[in-house]
Write a protein that binds this ligand. Structure first.
Ligand SMILES: C[S@@+](CC[C@H](N)C(=O)[O-])C[C@H]1O[C@@H](n2cnc3c(N)ncnc32)[C@H](O)[C@@H]1O
Length: 180
């Protein structure tokens, strides 16, 4: 399974202080991918490609956004090694997602959107992510109990278009299905 293949990358990330989701959340995410059988996934916050490798492990097309070109190069190497069908956009998650909304007619919608970038910017992308995710698809956000994410957490819990559960692994994930 992909989590075992990523063991070395997980260890290296811990040693270098790269904040990846790690194996417990990774195993949950892998199960979600198996359940949803996504064709297209959007990720905000690529880092070295740990979570992206899990998201893309079942053959989905992964579009992932990262602001740091150096770490994105590492991610590309890992995606190549693991034959993950990924394209990395180098840029700011908020403005790149806005561009995707404008181009939506050219590329269609996503089955899963995974948000794991600047914690104080989650709210800035919520509306656009709702536009980009298909009905029945999922918006999943990492570190949901962190201080910077509380406005986002309350917004997804209350949102009339979303059915949200909080997954209690480490500092938590929110998992919101777009129901309308
Ligand atoms: C928590 S790490 C992502 C970890 C990755 N999802 C994983 O689990 O393997 C957050 C990443 O978001 C990137 N980032 C921070 N601010 C960003 C922004 N405004 N736009 C895009 N990426 C950003 C950071 O450079 C960092 O690599």
């Amino acid at each position: 399974m992909i989590i075992s293949l990523l063991q070395d990358l997980e260890q290296q990330s811990l040693t270098r202080g790269i904040p990846i989701i790690g194996r417990e959340k990774g195993a949950w995410l892998y199960d979600k991918v198996k359940e949803v059988q996504p064709e297209r996934i959007l990720e905000l916050g690529t880092a070295n490609g740990y979570s992206g490798s899990i998201l893309g492990s079942d053959g989905a097309e992964l579009l992932t956004i990262e602001i740091d070109p150096g770490i994105a190069r590492e991610a590309q190497d890992h995606f190549d090694t693991l034959s993950i069908n990924a394209r990395i956009i180098i840029g700011d998650g908020v403005s790149e997602v806005q561009k995707l909304v404008k181009e939506k007619q050219n590329h269609g919608s996503f089955d899963i959107i995974f948000i794991d970038f600047a914690k104080n910017k989650y709210m800035d992308v919520l509306k656009d992510c709702l536009t980009l995710v298909r009905k029945g698809g999922f918006i999943i956000a990492d570190n949901i109990t962190m201080a910077g994410c509380q406005d986002f957490k309350q917004a997804v819990l209350k949102h009339s278009q979303l059915k949200t559960e909080i997954v209690k692994i480490k500092d938590g994930l929110s998992c919101s299905e777009r129901i309308k």
